[in-house]
Design a protein around this ligand. Structure first.
Ligand code: ADP
Ligand code: ZN
Length: 522
């Protein structure tokens, strides 16, 4: 008789030496031990590894970990061996003999965990070996590599779907640190995890105070901000190299010890500025997003965006460089119309495929929704990552200075009902055409000039409706379906609004979002 399988908490304590699970770890571990698939999204350092390592030790057989990075594999295996776990890696860094030894151990059941690169896993040779070994689970690390929308696409990841077909009863757990809504859905779909639960956690950075201000007189605003923060280290992000240069000079002229950083500077200058930022106190780095990798400075007190970041994800990442020490820090974003125009233009001119463009567009809309939100910034931000913050945070501009809002229930009902009556199949342009009673060919061909909501919103401008829809999207009452050409669909809670059971608060005078040139394509 085989010995009884260990309990997760006992493994956590006895093997890894930790007292308690963090956040969602316990739920994830239980779920996987029970044989369930799942997708786990946690920021770097969130504790993803234990989510598959412990189930691998608590289930019969070997845990097979797919990982694209040999260096990381090696580190993990090293660390596991140190605590007595039987772990090995199979990758191109091994010679033939070493590889054979690992394979033998695998088949004999002498391994708790085996790390393997995707291209190796997918060979017939390896799959044949797996057929002979009992498998505890498959962990797919850096799961975003399966998505072309991410920044790290690896074509081999697309074939990992074979695991499910070949070993339908073995639980699979996908893990990643980066996944906004659309990418997340894409990952789940491509890995065949769309039915599996999603565990997201750990994205909140409570010590960072988020503030978004209209970009009216940015230098005046920036000066006031910097005057209150003499001697503090910070980063000021700008869109272009030229702007980095002028703003760095401007800062110096204001008496702020600022340095420029962008990819166009000489390597030595860059290295020197980077170094001074890390080592000296109170240096302000004026930079493009080229400044980011490897900034491991705990006491960055503020991150300012003088221009709109590309996506909510990049905003989260860039502002996340503030306050690593846990002390109060600021994230200040200047949000201007020209940014919107510029991003739209960039997108319109991009060579990307249509699907890709639609994703980009949805991401931009989400970012604008964040900027225009009348809701706690942190709730919107975390909501974007799929995490729920029950109460407003009390540490963002909206919580501290609530914006004027108006009762937008009626206009929300108009928009939602229009989306519903047109079958939740159309993008914003068409829905707005119907709302304002614009008789386009498309409207007529679908008979949407005959429905009840045709023209109900004609008192308001197209831009006003865009703002409303964007705010509804920010509230989650409307969702954008990327699988279907950016079609607007009703989100959670929208039915309550339609039935008159829920009031909708909208922001007064949202900054009108302008397109570079009114184009009629969507
Ligand atoms: P990720 O893979 O999400 O980036 P890791 O799995 O490497 O994160 O974990 C980050 C750090 O947190 C590691 O040093 C790990 O040992 C530690 N850690 C993870 N879970 C716990 C826990 N429950 N208790 C204490 N430390 C933990
Ligand atoms: Zn808040």
């Amino acid at each position: 008789m085989s010995p009884p399988l260990p309990q997760p908490l006992a493994v956590l304590r006895d093997v890894f030496g930790f007292d308690a699970f963090r956040g969602q770890q316990a739920a994830i571990v239980d779920h996987v031990i029970g044989g369930g698939d799942c997708l786990v999204v946690m920021p770097t350092g969130g504790g993803k590894s234990l989510c598959y390592q412990i189930p691998a030790l608590c289930r019969t057989g070997v845990g097979v970990v797919v990982s694209p990075l040999i260096a990381l594999m090696q580190d993990q295996v090293e660390a596991l061996r140190q605590v007595g776990v039987r772990a090995a890696a199979l990758n191109s860094a091994l010679d033939a003999n070493e590889a054979r030894a690992v394979e033998r151990a695998l088949v004999k059941g002498d391994l708790d965990l085996v790390y393997v690169a995707p291209e190796r896993l997918l060979t017939d040779r390896f799959l044949d070996l797996l057929d002979e070994a009992p498998i505890a689970l498959f962990a797919i690390d850096e799961a975003h590599c399966v998505s072309q929308w991410g920044h790290d696409f690896r074509p081999e990841y697309l074939q990992l779907e074979v695991l499910h077909r070949r070993y339908p009863t073995v639980p699979r757990i996908g893990l990643t640190a980066t996944a906004d809504g659309p990418t997340r859905a894409d990952i789940a779909k491509r890995l065949g995890l769309d039915e599996a639960p999603l565990f997201m956690a750990g994205f909140d950075r409570p010590n960072i105070r988020y503030t978004v201000v209209p970009k009216l007189e940015p230098r005046v605003g920036l000066k006031r901000f910097l005057d209150g923060r003499k001697g503090e280290a910070g980063i000021i992000y700008c869109m272009s190299r030229a702007k980095v240069e002028t703003m760095a000079e401007w800062c110096v002229a204001q008496g702020v010890p600022a340095l420029p950083y962008h990819a166009g500077l000489d390597r030595e200058v860059r290295a020197c500025n980077h170094d001074r930022f890390l080592k000296e106190d109170g240096v302000v780095m004026v930079a493009t997003i080229a400044f980011g990798m490897g900034i491991d400075k705990p006491d960055v007190r503020f991150v300012v965006h003088l221009d709109l970041p590309k996506t909510i994800e990049s905003y989260y990442q860039e502002t996340g460089r503030a306050g690593r020490d846990g002390l109060p820090s600021e994230a200040l974003l200047f949000y201007g119309l020209e940014d919107v125009a510029r991003l739209r233009q960039l997108m319109a001119g991009s060579e990307a495929a249509e699907t890709h463009k639609r994703v980009e567009k949805a991401k931009l809309e989400a970012l604008l929704g964040f900027c225009e939100s009348a809701r706690c910034r942190r709730q919107v931000l975390l909501g974007y990552f799929g995490e729920t913050l029950e109460k407003p945070c009390g540490n963002c501009d909206i919580c501290l200075n609530p914006v004027k809002t108006r009762d937008g229930t009626i206009e929300a009902q108009m928009a939602l009902s229009c989306i519903y009556r047109t079958g939740e199949r159309f993008g914003a342009v068409h829905v707005i055409d119907v709302l304002i009673g614009h008789e386009t060919e498309k409207v007529k061909s679908f008979g949407h000039d005959q429905i009840k909501t045709f023209g109900v919103g004609k008192e308001r401008s197209r831009d006003a409706w865009r703002g409303t829809i964007r705010q509804l999207a920010a509230l989650g009452l409307v969702e954008v379906d990327l699988e279907r050409h950016g079609a607007l669909v009703l989100g959670q809670g929208s039915r309550e609004v339609l039935r008159g059971e829920r009031r909708v608060e909208l922001r007064e005078d949202p900054p009108p979002a302008i397109a570079p040139k009114r184009s009629r394509s969507n």
